[in-house]
Design a protein around this ligand. Sequence first.
Ligand code: PMP
Length: 445
Amino acid sequence: MKHLAERARQVIPGGVNSGQRSIPGLTDLVITEAAGARFRDSQGREYVDYHAAFGPPLLGHNDPDVGAAVAEAGRTVDLCGVGVTAGEVELAETLAELVPSVEKVLLTSTGSEATFHALRVARAATGRRLVVKFQGCYHGWHDAVSLNVISAPEKVGTHDPISTGILPEVLEATLVLPFNDEQAVRRAFAEHGDDIAAVILEPVPHNVGCLLPEQEFLRTLREECTRAGSVLIFDEVITGFRHHLGGWQAISGITPDLTTMGKAIANGYPVGALGGRADLMELFSSRPGGPAFFAGTYNGHPAVVAAALATLRKLREEPVHEHVFRLGERIRTGLAEVFASLDIPALVSGYGSVFVGYFMTGPARTYDDLLRNDANMFIGYRRRLLEHGIFELPLNLKRSHVSYAHTDADVDHLLESAATAAELARGDVLDLTGASTMGGADAHR
Ligand code: PMP
């Protein structure tokens, strides 16, 4: 029988269903089982999973409590597409209680839909055209904001392959600024303030690993948006629930006007959400005359709503954050020691459950700083970790995640393996053909 990966390539473009699931050097990966902190492939290899599907399974794969809630929902009700269910009300109330900016909230199936609608309503509310985004941040696959993740403004729409096919008008309506640069923000507002509909950012740009935001930068965004009447959008698709039940806004004390959520909200089931100021959210009201249209056949599907409720309940009732923060800290400290003991220049960054070891010396405040990362070493080290049964996505600038299912023994194993993997990777000469070393098409998810 033909290998499944080969069959996939015959009928699925590139053999996978999302960008970056096909990894150079790992193109025949067929996943067969996932549970807790591990997954297995069709060749019987088992990996401790720190990739975590780009972030959702904070509780670990196939969490039994979440699975039971989904099964129970399936016995009770399924999609009827009219009215509202008790689960949707409970989930909206929970989000309004947890997330500081959320007065009203709508459910989507993905994070991309949430950011799409956030930008649309910002343009509808302000009657303005421009959106400000930041280098290193990714907000989904759609055209509402130019996709380019890293580009300097002069490169927008010209050199960035993932923006191909987007209307030039959309690219021109996107201002791309360096992260953590409040002067650039002030200049953009001084020049274009009257035409800026929204500022959107990942409060922690995790799509290039982990750049931590400076408090002064976030404060400047809040100040300038308030003064100019622009909508401040925190894209908390990654940071939400993973770093704090109230997202980065609860950590920083800076409250945006709108918040987008996804990923860890439902431990891997397809749920996104857009919430925020009631006056903005009310523009989506389905009453006749509501100026912003919002719809989706699968929005608020009872099965995924049950998954979100069960996930949030467990995050609130069990010491999930305490556990993943402790293991995350152990890993960050341990890796820094391992690389230092080998005299390998490294900057281990992260927050809470997220960690990423860049092979460069610090500090890293902006995307440009990350260009000093040695991609050859970054990818080579992770390829070597695979030999130890450890999966950190072997693509440049990817972050790794700890879940509630990871144990101290998993961390011990990672730290022991890291020394061997880093030592060997130092001598490796990789063929990085097809593996972007600079971000661009490979810099997001
Ligand atoms: N925003 C951020 C910050 C993301 O990381 C992602 C996905 N990686 C999205 C939005 C889009 O979410 P989705 O893939 O669920 O559409």
